[in-house]
Design a protein around this ligand. Structure first.
Ligand SMILES: *Cc1c(COP(=O)(O)O)cnc(C)c1O
Length: 368
């Protein structure tokens, strides 16, 4: 099941290959609502800013290279997920969502999709491979799931979806294309929140979809043009800039997380530790087969809410924040949002700080 590694070298030289003498190596930003458009509007590339933009095009070329399929940029991860759902579903369809994945798609289902006559059901990620997909129109898959870090076998689940005529949509946010190749593992559509590791500096919201299916891609592009769910030129430019260091940041974050998980797993203050890279984790065997790296998220269960809050507050190298994937290590006690996890469950998003500093700070905070 080994998959191709995204070509980080090609990504860094994507623009350089087409440059004329004197042009900047860095991508220029093109903020534009209108383009010079004399005569027949069907000629020329750009006509109006809701339809296309040269900065998006450069970003989508980079995202497409990473995903191995054409990509479309969106202003957030939820905008990307919404495009995938509306491109796929119609009244009377059934949709299966992960019961333990990112919560907002379930809220969207309850508040809006249900009103349009779409039946929304949920199932835990760890039980997705049980199958029974006949009768669904689409299945949203998230592995490892956020926040609980349960896994499912992507090749198996997407093959079962295909056999049942169901569109498989994989939310690859926790992994990025450098950690897991969702399309190669059989997904019809991959979606991601680029607000997380791809943006990486905690300063933009962004998302994308990618698919090898031309009809699905065209429907998602139409959804974007018609609803105006478009990224701004500056945010697209910032994400394009961030993608150039994604391979570097992701590798460092995974290296740090692997070492920290091994170090903290036997710690007396830690009741349970979830990290797919750790031998003994329920997802380890599967992670070794389908993930290129075990990721940068660690689930730590401390004795109770007070101790978890204190751990986060006591560690100078942990920023208390919701969301994850930035260069700064962050953590959150997810039960504070009502997630179905233990009160002392901390989702730790390991950043790019030097490992020795992080280990020392985390151990001191656990001892406090
Ligand atoms: C954050 C997140 C999203 C939503 O992304 P936004 O950019 O906040 O809209 C979707 N899926 C997962 C797994 C996430 O973690």
């Amino acid at each position: 099941m080994a998959t191709e590694k995204p070509d980080a070298s090609a990504l860094l030289h994507l623009r350089g290959a087409a440059l004329e003498r004197g042009e900047p190596l860095a991508l220029p930003i093109t903020p534009a609502s209108m383009f010079h458009l004399p005569g027949d509007p069907a000629t020329g590339v750009d006509a109006y800013g809701r339809m296309s933009n040269p900065t998006w095009r450069a970003l989508e070329e980079a995202l497409g290279l990473l995903e191995g399929a054409p990509a479309l940029a969106f202003p957030s991860g939820m905008a990307a997920i919404t495009a995938a759902l509306f491109a796929t579903l119609k009244a009377g369809d059934r949709l299966l969502l992960p019961a333990d994945g990112y919560y907002t798609p379930r809220v969207l289902g309850d508040r809006f999709l249900a009103k349009l006559g779409i039946a929304v059901e949920t199932r835990p990620t760890a039980r997705l491979a049980d199958g029974g997909f006949e009768g669904f129109r689409a299945v949203l898959i998230e592995t490892p799931s956020n926040p609980g870090l349960d896994l499912c076998d992507l090749a198996d689940v997407t093959a079962q979806c295909r056999a049942a005529g169901v569109v498989s949509i994989v939310d690859n946010t926790t992994m990025t294309p450098f950690g897991q190749r969702a399309l190669e593992l059989g997904a019809d559509i991959v979606v991601a929140s680029d607000t997380k590791a791809p943006g990486g500096h905690s300063d933009i919201l962004a998302g994308h979809v990618a698919s090898k299916d031309e009809a699905l891609l065209a429907a998602m592009r139409d959804w974007r043009t018609l609803t105006g769910s478009i990224p701004g030129a500056f945010d697209a430019w910032l994400l394009h800039r961030s993608l150039q260091t994604l391979e570097l940041r992701f590798a460092r974050m995974c290296d740090n997380a692997e070492a920290i998980a091994a170090r903290l797993s036997g710690h007396p203050a830690v009741q349970a530790l979830r990290y797919p890279g750790l031998p003994g984790d329920p997802g380890h065997g599967l992670a070794a087969r389908q993930m290129r790296r075990p990721g940068f998220l660690i689930g730590l269960t401390l004795a109770d809410a007070a101790r978890a809050d204190h751990f986060i507050a006591a560690c100078p190298l942990i920023e208390p924040a919701t969301s994850f994937g930035g260069v700064h290590t962050t953590a959150e006690r997810r039960a504070r949002w009502g997630d179905d996890v233990a009160p002392g469950y901390v989702r730790l998003s390991v950043g790019t700080e030097p490992l020795e500093d992080l280990v020392a700070a985390l151990e001191a905070a656990l001892a406090a």
